[in-house]
Design a binder for this molecule. Structure first.
Ligand code: BJW
Ligand code: ZN
Length: 281
């Protein structure tokens, strides 16, 4: 359910109106209403594989064809998805509040497609439409080809997320290869154990350092807030005076986004695509 109490509605919308320095952290739950699967919980499996174990360098080195087919499936899903009402409400907020910076853990590009100005959003886990070479400096951006390589093509009646269809056995030579050195390409995303792109971290830190570093409001949207360093931005914002508003489907838990809420913070439980259009309008 997405019942918003009249008191929370009033205190939140009043604080939002007076806020100028606003930070946000977005997670997979923001895109859930667009049909993009999340990482944890019921939607966190692809075929028989836990998405969290596929998003690792060791999975890729052990079985690049498997990990590539997982990412090709998710590229296809992202390309065919539509931004939902939460993406749109947040993009509108960004247009109205020039000092709003959204940190997105999502790689699906849906915020940008909803019209969120590029200068107001900082992806920190990469993009599913960017690939890079595993050997040389080659990087490609905005590659929307689908399937990415002919070997990923599937008949219309085959759903690659359904384990009843056998996965393709793809030769290494038929996976995406570097045009410069012909080594294997990989998705230009951040896997566990890998550093976030330095430019992304710098951008967030620079934003935080401006205007004496004070932050009025921190929006935490659809993230389990368990993955660092991204989740740490919530703690930084709080330390700089921000009141925190969490928008999440799940019951409050000891760990995660609702773990350190205090008086003056908000927890709105429900679908971000229902809550945000109500609360940000
Ligand atoms: C809804 C909803 C609806 C659903 N409406 N809500 C400190 C302590 C312990 C460990 C570490 C630490 N610091 C670093 C680490 C290690 C590790 C880490 O954090 N591990 C933890 C799991 C403990 N971190 C790293 O390895 C990071 N790198 C690093 O630290 O490098 C250091 C280094 C420095 C120098 C040299 C070398 C290394 C990298 C982390 C990379 C994470 N990558 C992934 C994959 C990205 C590519 C891809 O998408 O495939 O990022 S994993 C995955 O998790 C993905 C997500 O962005 C990220 C967060 O997940 P998210 O978005 O929160 O999704 P879910 O599914 O978890 O949650 C969805 C939420 O939405 C739920 O709460 C639902 O209830 C809710 N929801 N529907 C509203 N409709
Ligand atoms: Zn190369």
């Amino acid at each position: 359910s997405s019942e918003i109490s009249p008191e929370d509605y009033t205190t939140f919308t009043t604080h939002l109106k007076s806020s100028t320095r606003i930070l946000a952290l977005f997670g997979a739950g923001l895109s859930a209403a667009s049909g993009i699967p999340t990482f944890r919980g019921a939607g966190g499996f692809w075929r028989e594989y836990d998405s969290m174990t596929l998003a690792t360098p060791s999975a890729f080195s052990k079985d690049p064809a498997l990990v590539w087919q997982f990412y090709n499936y998710r590229r296809h899903a992202a390309l065919n998805a539509t931004p939902n009402r939460a993406h749109i409400a947040l993009a509108e907020l960004a247009k109205n509040k020039p000092n709003f910076l959204a940190i997105s853990q999502n790689i699906d590009g849906l915020c940008q497609r909803a019209g969120h100005p590029a200068e107001n959003i900082q992806p920190v886990h990469g993009s599913i439409f960017s690939n890079r070479c595993t050997k040389c400096p080659y990087v490609e951006h905005d590659n929307f080809k689908d399937p990415l390589v002919p070997a990923f093509a599937l008949p219309d009646d085959v759903d690659p997320s359904d384990a009843k269809f056998p996965l393709k056995d793809i030769a290494l030579g038929d996976l995406p290869r570097c045009p410069d050195c012909s080594a294997l390409l990989r998705p230009n995303v951040v896997w566990f154990g890998e550093p976030l792109p330095q430019g992304a971290v710098d951008r967030v830190e620079n934003w935080m350092a401006t205007d004496n570093g004070g932050i009025d409001l921190m929006l935490v949207v659809g993230t389990s807030a368990l993955v660092y360093p991204a989740a740490g931005f919530i703690h930084t914002a709080r330390a700089r005076g921000a009141r925190v508003a969490v928008f999440n489907m799940e019951e409050p838990t000891e760990e995660g986004p609702t773990s350190r809420l205090k008086d003056g913070d908000w927890f709105f439980q429900g679908d971000a695509a229902v809550l945000l259009p109500e609360l940000l309008k």
